[in-house]
Design a protein around this ligand. Structure first.
Ligand SMILES: Cc1ncc(COP(=O)(O)O)c(C=O)c1O
Length: 387
């Protein structure tokens, strides 16, 4: 048989794939695995989808419909204090595609990208696909998993580093970067002439008065900041595959050109639903956040009580717990939890080597199901400790 490329063979096998499959095939398992809202699409958007059905069988422009990009600019100005024109925006199939396109346009082979460990499992393989050179900055539990600007400075290689990636609010840790840290990171970008890839997928999912700052809104960041946002989490539109990237015009043009070679354009129907969603504002997101907060207040104290210590997340919808009291090996722990307690979570190792000894529990899961999962875990963990 003809061999697969080395590039593909070297991509890591992520445990989450297996877990999601198991959860679908075995309804008796309660899955705290998925990273997507469990909420329905807003009824007004469902009605709008029906109205659009006969109008959306054509390609959209590769950069996205102008009307949508204009509405995105309004949202960026009001919600993120980012002042840009539609020429700075490229609409993509989710922010994951935007990340891939930006990587293709910004990083040559062996050029370095600094990224957090632990970090979203989609980051590293994307950079590896393009043979870029990842350099990790360790996030520490005792710092609530905030990025340490001094560690970033140390990681910068004057000749090789081209990009610094940040993700706030963060998956899997729930950390929200402070304005001060972001300002320091912005200074590093200017001093070393780096792009900052700012993944803001969870920008609306914040708790306890935490505030989200877009680094692109800071003075002098126009040329450096590459902002990734998405409709997936804020509007419960994961399946619509709609996101966008905001950056300087030259890079936006390059990304648009590359987009023609990947998916040509984001789905026309999703773009028109996204336009309507933006016009509706963030009321739906606020309702969802209220419910996430209720679940957060259920799951985090319960995990801590059971011996899985985890800081209270300030954003996103994950509890990232330390399981070392039970097992150092997160794959083994999660596999056993599925088989024996019938509860699925994602092993911390999927988020990087620093993530080992941890597991991610998603509370984008119904309240009652979380209660049921915790009930199953409690006796199981007691036995696990004694092994
Ligand atoms: C941090 C982060 N970035 C990006 C994505 C991808 O989102 P999208 O659906 O916009 O491709 C996810 C999905 O879970 C995520 O957690």
């Amino acid at each position: 048989m003809v061999e697969l490329s080395e590039r593909e063979q070297e991509l890591p096998d992520l445990e989450i794939d297996k877990l999601l499959e198991i959860a679908v095939e075995h309804p008796e398992i309660i899955s705290l695995g998925p990273g997507e809202p469990d909420f329905e699409l807003h009824p007004s958007l469902v009605a709008h989808t029906k109205r659009l059905a006969h109008k959306v069988n054509h390609y959209a422009p590769p950069g996205g419909f102008k009307e949508l990009r204009e509405e995105i600019c309004k949202k960026l100005k009001k919600g993120n204090k980012i002042k840009v024109s539609p020429d700075n925006v490229v609409v993509t199939c989710g922010s994951q595609e935007a990340l891939m396109l930006a990587t293709a346009c910004c990083l040559d082979v062996s050029e370095q990208i600094i990224l957090p460990d632990p970090g979203f499992m989609g980051f590293l393989p994307t950079f590896e696909l393009f043979n870029a050179n990842p350099r990790f900055v360790e996030l520490k539990e005792e710092d609530d998993y905030a990025v340490n600007p001094d560690a970033v400075k140390k990681a910068v290689n004057r000749k090789k580093t081209k990009v610094l990636l940040i993700n706030s609010p963060a998956n899997p840790t729930g950390n929200v970067l402070s304005k001060k840290i972001l300002e320091e990171l912005a200074d590093i970008a200017v001093e070393h002439d780096l792009y900052i890839f700012s993944d803001e997928a969870y920008e609306h999912i914040l708790y306890d008065g935490a505030k989200h700052y877009s680094i692109a809104s800071f003075n002098g960041m126009e040329d450096y900041a590459v902002t990734f946002q998405t409709f997936s989490k804020s509007y419960a539109m994961c399946g619509h595959r709609l996101g966008y990237v905001v950056c300087n015009e030259d890079l936006a043009e390059a990304i648009k050109k590359t987009h023609i070679l990947s998916t040509i354009c984001a789905p026309s129907i999703s773009q028109l639903i996204g336009l309507k969603a933006l016009k509706m504002g963030d009321r739906h997101a606020k309702q969802m956040v209220k419910e996430y907060d209720r679940r957060r207040n259920l799951i985090v104290p319960a995990l801590n009580e059971m011996g899985i210590s985890c800081p209270m997340p300030k954003g996103a919808f994950y509890a990232f717990g330390n399981i070392r009291q039970f097992d150092d090996n997160s794959k083994r722990f999660c596999n056993k939890m599925i088989k024996e307690a019938k509860v699925a979570a994602v092993p911390g190792i999927d988020f990087g080597t620093v993530g080992e000894g941890h597991a991610r529990f998603s509370f984008a899961t119904d309240y009652k199901l979380i209660q049921k999962a915790l009930k199953r875990m409690e006796p199981w963990l007691k036995k696990y400790r004694k092994r």
